[in-house]
Design a protein around this ligand. Sequence first.
Ligand SMILES: [Zn+2]
Length: 331
Amino acid sequence: MSKGIDRRQATRLLVAAAAGTVAGTPTWALGQAPRYFEWRPCGAGHVAIGGGGNALLWPTPFGAVLIDTKIDALGSTMRREAEAVAGRLAAVIVTHHHSDHAGGIPAFSADLPVHSQSRGVGRRVVAGRELKERFVGGVPDLMERLLADAPQRVAALVRADIQAYARAVGRRDVQSFAANVTFKFEDELEAGDDVIQLRHSGRGHTDNDAWVRIPEANVLHTGDLVFNGTHPFIDVDTGATTSGWQRSLSEIIEACDADTIVVPGHGEVTDVEGVRAQWEYFERLREAVQAGIDAGRNRKEVIAAVPPFFAQLPERHAAENLDIVFDELGG
Ligand SMILES: [Zn+2]
């Protein structure tokens, strides 16, 4: 599939997938095997919670589409559970290159189209090289910690998945860690009358954020352009800017109405108000930092003067975000 096409492209990959076996009846009711992720109904689909950012599994007449894949070592678990919930998969979309969303790609990329914004590919290749190193000599402690609270039957299944992943990861081609279909600004997957739209609105949380819209169902996955109920992680090292992030959010808000179901990258499923709240977060953060700069405060003083609206949020990333905006505003 062509890479970096600078215009709208309708890929119709789901139709191509239908030339094989048409997916059977979704197997929502067959959920007897223990599951690691919490699969919460969301419109006609499901949101998978835990083990990374929120993933959305959406059924189409030609197979299900999975949006985001969880962390690297949980990719196989994700695939097994997604197929148990929705039957055969037709395609995967990743919202950006961060490992808690795109890490699971190797479990899908050998036999399925995996879509991402084009800049995400190089970043996943770099991550793939690191992952190959990380698993040398066995399964990192982090992976065991992931299983600490899992019921025993679930933990046994997932541990086997992770061990199989760890055994094979060193031999993997680094390209298998990355998407195999890319777009620059817009793309569409078509499955009969169903359309899934992919959009990149410029730099936001990273330089390769995609947000995904299913117009017929009025459902939207924002990736990490929305953190619902926490401070967002502003990844300046991979091109994040808060002004660009706000522009992306404005485009998402325009695509929503009062009934749109919004799946954020992290936090509870929300609606357009959750998107507006993220936009407001940056507005108020910038106002607070600008007021500090105007009052002649230095970086340390601006970071110490915690804006009152921060009190509603957990502390993680609070000081960091003040620091980043101090730089952005030329303080
Ligand atoms: Zn992220």
